[in-house]
Design a protein around this ligand. Structure first.
Ligand code: PRP
Ligand code: MN
Ligand code: MG
Length: 180
């Protein structure tokens, strides 16, 4: 498939594979927080499809909200600057909070976001990411629950964008001719 001079590579993870992983992690998270309430915070916009899969697999009293944190402009390289342009109004004090993210790349976004959320003194604060790209990490951050690890490719689809496009692809692929 080719659009606007971008060549889309092979499928890295199919929808079925992603949903199966969401089920596995959903069960693990449900066991860990058994009998307790969980506040799930999705990061707009990338986490939406993964959050939709994961939340249906949580056998817990669950509250959902969103924050919008962006570290990228309209290029394929990080700006290194995190902007929280939409915040949750939920009271996080003494709550079990799970941040749901699509990808941890340099780790800049989540390191900053978790520092901010920690200021509200949640009981627990954990992160479930669909993808982890450890080869690109510059910030000291690791996720608690990881769907899949990926190589240093510019991944797109299932929420992941290039210049706001490709989020709607029902699989994870990569751009063959773009920076990483
Ligand atoms: C992307 C991605 C992660 C973050 C990861 O979001 O969805 O949130 O970058 O990069 P990092 O680990 O290097 O900080 P982006 O800022 O592009 O916003 P989006 O979710 O709206 O696409
Ligand atoms: Mn994002
Ligand atoms: Mg993006």
């Amino acid at each position: 498939m080719s659009t606007n001079d971008h060549v889309i590579g092979k499928i890295l993870f199919t929808e079925a594979e992603i949903r199966k992983r969401a089920e596995e992690l959903g069960e693990e998270i449900s066991n860990e927080f058994k009998g307790e309430e969980l506040v799930v915070i999705g990061t707009l916009k990338g986490s939406i499809p993964w959050l939709c899969d994961l939340m249906k697999c949580l056998d817990l009293d669950t509250v959902i909200d969103f924050v919008k944190a962006s570290s990228y402009g309209s290029s394929t390289t990080t700006s290194g600057v995190v902007k929280i342009s939409m915040d949750t109004e939920l009271n996080l004090y003494n709550k079990n909070v799970l941040v749901v993210e699509d990808i941890v790349d340099t780790g800049t976004t989540l390191k900053y976001l978790l520092e901010k959320l920690n200021e509200r003194h949640p009981k627990t604060l954990k992160v479930c990411t669909m993808l982890d790209k450890p080869s690109r990490r510059t910030a000291d951050f690791h996720a608690d629950y990881i769907g899949f690890q990926v190589e240093d490719l510019f991944v797109i689809g299932y929420g992941l964008d290039y210049d706001q496009k490709y989020r709607n692809l029902p699989y994870i692929s990569y751009l063959q001719n773009e920076g990483k």
